[in-house]
Design a protein around this ligand. Sequence first.
Ligand code: C2E
Ligand code: CA
Ligand code: CA
Length: 419
Amino acid sequence: MYRVLSKTKHLSPEIPEGLVDMSVIHIIDDEPDIGGLIREVVEGIGLKCQTYSSAADFLDAWGRVAEHDLIILDLMMPKMDGIELMRKLVERGCPQGIILISGSDQSILHSAEVLALAQGLRILKAVAKPIHLSEFSSLILRHAEHMGEHAAKRRSATDIPAEFDAEELEQGVSMGQMVLHYQPQVQISTGRLVGVEALVRWQHPRFGLIFPDRFIPQMEQLGIIENLTREIISTAVERQRVWAREFFPFGMSVNISARDTSSLGLPDQLAVLLTTHQLDPEQLTLEITETALIREQVRSLDMLTRLRLKGVKLSIDDFGTGFSSFLQIYRAPFSELKVDRAFVSRMQNDTEAMTIVEICIQLARKLKMRTVAEGVEDEVALQVLAELGCDLAQGYHIGRPMPEQGLREWIRAQMLSTG
Ligand code: C2E
Ligand code: CA
Ligand code: CA
């Protein structure tokens, strides 16, 4: 998926020497945040990077841009926009690879790409905002590899491969290498913990901690996600019971994949699990992304309805990023709506994002659904959400996803501070 994931954590720690001097990545974007994020990706990979806040600044530096450099260009900028800059680059016979980024809609981005290609520019990719950092890192890595073919061949064995094979993935699951981190969700009005979201990571013996966007999509594609989902739910539920005794009972949210929604056995498996752990089904929420729902529409409705009948809560995740949102929540029996973090994290300086957040919250309330804002990164965002009447908040400002022990400490500290 397409989101701004946390910084450089997805990146392999090192890149062989040879690549470092190969090329510089030039980022032209008036939004310092985006420039900063991409810079982290680039530097995380071990490449050099130069940021410019305007097209004019970049043109001034043109003499120092080498042939094998890479240009990342935002289309929408005040004064000289990306299209105009590209026209100037055509005049200068720009041979560099270019990645276009844009916050405007897909059709504008597409026509800009076509236009640039027609003028002979080397467009490597047109990417819509919100940008997906892992996608960016693989684009940049690919560029680096292309530029330093020989150096790239000597890439150290510790680099995380772009793909794993099914056997390796399944082994990871069966050997218990998939671990869960937990991110707190608090009630905005009281600041109290009401639940945690379980997020999977792969503790790989060779590559270290691997984040889900590096292996979940692939497991879905290979059709081998179901075992993992089962393991995750059972671990999460078991933890939940332990914590209820240690502290107080709170909810557990688990992500399920599009694939899982078409496996009709899930409701029955869950019922068994809930009985075994003597858990209130109301304390378990299954998060399903909006896009997943759209893909697996028909088959999933049956299973989702059965899950609700068993009392489990359902949450629609990344809300606002799909295309037929209204239809989905009308049809499927959701109890919670999670406003996508792309909107939440931008609402303070983007009125459209703010409008979307506001409308999502109102819509959910009318439909008697609980609202969760994810990606709450500062106190101001929390205040705004309180004013908008959002129920729960989740995000780095409240707490990062933490391993079990980290969460325990977080809860203890929170209990001390809220009394
Ligand atoms: P998601 O369900 O939207 O999960 C939230 C993601 O946002 C997590 O990334 C979390 O670390 C990150 N995040 C939390 N707070 C903030 C914040 O304030 N700012 C920013 N920028 N990011 C924040 P993570 O753990 O890398 O997970 C990525 C995605 O992988 C998840 O997105 C989910 O779609 C998928 N995923 C994670 N765990 C599982 C799982 O157990 N099963 C399945 N099927 N998918 C999973
Ligand atoms: Ca989620
Ligand atoms: Ca989400």
